[in-house]
Design a protein around this ligand. Sequence first.
Ligand SMILES: [Mg+2]
Length: 352
Amino acid sequence: MLEDKNQERTSLAELGEFGLINHLTEHFKLYNSSTTKGIGDDAAVISASEKERLITTDLLIEGVHFDLSYMPLKHLGYKAVMVNLSDVYAMNGVAEQITVSIAVSNRFPLEALEELYAGIQLACDTYKVDLIGGDTTSSTKGMLLSITAIGTANKEEIVYRNGAKPTDLIVVSGDLGGAYLGLQVLEREKQVFQVNPESQPDLDAYTYLIERQLKPEARKDIVELLKELDVKPTAMIDISDGLSSEIMHICTQSKTGCKIYEDKLPLDPQVISTSEEFNMDSTMIALSGGEDYELLFTVPIADFEKIKSNPNLSIIGHVVEQNQGMNLVTRADQEIELKAQGWNTFKEGAQE
Ligand SMILES: [Mg+2]
């Protein structure tokens, strides 16, 4: 529905592999002194330092992880970088380099890859990250996109998933469930469009949700905020699969339980109104809808004063002993066991 049918088409074969990489990456800037050599030799060179290095990779496959009928290529490029940077920030690190590898079928012209790389470049410029390498090749069907992010952190600054302690506060940045509902809105509009290609979608009521789905932001700002507040989380993870499964990762690795309070879950008004419209429970969506890329972390209770009134942070519960289990305390003050109902399970369930 968002495809521009009149765009120019230049076949990728006209450029050759090296011409293609040069063409796509020539306007990228380098921001980090640790990048000794970016694209242009057999391997990139990054300087060793006394800091620890953080490395994370994601592989995205068309039809599995993204749908180009409503995901513009520029947004896909931006989001693919965000997904990786988010994992570096979830370690309390600073992202410095990325590599980007793509495989595309011959249905994609040069102009499509230019769009994709425009999104990647916007992400690099916004987050001050250097594109230092990667590969492009052909696929027999569709697009595959693999990004690796490299970051640094001082050894004592790194936050793992396994450091939560009973009595720690459980904190989440931003709000939850928006990206999942944005996807539901886009899927619905796609179906309407398939039935009636002349239909003009009115998406005004869902702008925040669609932005959460199509243009998520990795929470570099929260990592910086925590440094300013002089708060070092005891455990941290980013929310890619939904709050419920992420808090379970922290608790399992920390050998603790947790209590999450339903009335503390941060929900945008559009999440509440659109949940009602779709006849879905907004708490379920906050717990199980994925792709919000917010940070979920635990802090010692002694840090309560430092974070309690920050508008970017919500205290949603606390860590308890492992034998108390992992529970949601409902508005009616009932305790319900949390289920690891992540993004994919939920999505499949919703389509039944
Ligand atoms: Mg992660």
